[in-house]
Design a binder for this molecule. Structure first.
Ligand code: NAD
Length: 256
């Protein structure tokens, strides 16, 4: 059980981050949810999650494109036994016309913020004598696709940063690993299916198998629960010697 541990999950008011927060809470961890918004429903999400699993759950607003806010998130949490770096955005454009500001923003949110949160969390983990860093990279942290230069660069960068984190903590009861999901069924992905079906004149099932999951041999989405379950495993005693590596949840994508 993760009772008594506090987990901070960045970008966790939706999708994978929320799924990971739910599975960590189910395993008994207190959780800190985060995103860049500060709406009543963000705080309500934490209240509901806390009530559902009988843990302490809080929501802390921080825009992770800003380094000071990334550091303040961990400081405000006060304790961080489990750090899940998950926040991310995507932009698709060829390199020569990729907007410079968008490149900078993607690298800031998805790579530089991981440096900032980790830098503040590691001393807290050392003080507690235990810690787990789980970085949500991607199949795009191990392979590439055209037109996703910033995303692929940030996700590869996260895999490298994870290895350095593991080496700097190797002799302590702290591990750092990256989860590399293929396509995960989130509201964002699901919403694209009907429109794409119309666009290609295909059934929704054909869109899933031939368009969205073209590179995922299982032809099935991974789920946010599966990503969350993998994070819980990485926090378990069974995973204490797993550090500095990646775990793919991609239905065989990177085996191709
Ligand atoms: P999502 O859009 O549902 O979640 C992204 C989260 O990041 C949201 O909570 C959003 O509010 C937050 N966020 C965005 N910008 C932020 C900022 N500036 N500051 C703080 N929070 C911010 O998408 P998702 O699919 O759940 O993606 C979560 C992570 O998983 C991302 O890093 C993504 O790259 C990665 N991933 C997703 C898939 C997939 O198929 N969905 C596959 C592999 C990896």
């Amino acid at each position: 059980s993760l009772q008594g541990k506090t987990a901070v999950i960045t970008g966790s008011n939706s999708g994978i981050g929320l799924g990971v927060a739910r599975e960590l809470a189910r395993a008994g961890a207190d959780v800190v949810l985060n995103s860049f918004t500060d709406r009543p429903e963000d705080h309500q999400l934490a209240t509901d999650l806390g009530a559902e699993f009988g843990v302490t759950a809080r929501y802390i607003q921080a825009d992770l494109s800003n380094g000071d806010q990334a550091r303040a998130l961990i400081e405000q949490a006060g304790r961080c036994d489990i750090l899940v770096n998950n926040a991310g955005i995507q932009h698709v454009a060829p390199i020569e016309s990729f907007p410079v500001a968008t490149w900078d923003r993607i690298i800031a949110i998805m790579l530089t913020s991981v440096f900032h949160t980790t830098a503040v969390a590691l001393p807290m983990m050392r003080k507690a004598g235990w810690g787990r860093v789980v970085n949500i990279s991607s199949a795009h942290g191990l392979t590439a696709s055209p037109y996703k230069s910033a995303y692929v660069s940030a996700k590869h960068g996260v895999v490298g940063f994870t290895k350095v984190t593991a080496l700097e903590t190797a002799k302590e009861d702290i591990t750092a690993n990256a989860i590399c999901p293929g396509y995960v069924k989130t509201p964002l992905v699901e919403a694209q299916i009907p429109d794409t079906a119309k666009e290609y004149n295909m059934t929704e099932q054909e869109v899933i198998e031939q368009v969205i999951l073209a590179r995922q041999p299982s032809k099935q989405f991974a789920t946010t629960e599966q990503v969350g379950g993998t994070a819980v495993f990485l926090c378990s005693d069974a995973a204490a010697q797993i550090t500095g590596t990646t775990i793919s949840i991609d239905g065989g994508w990177t085996a191709l």
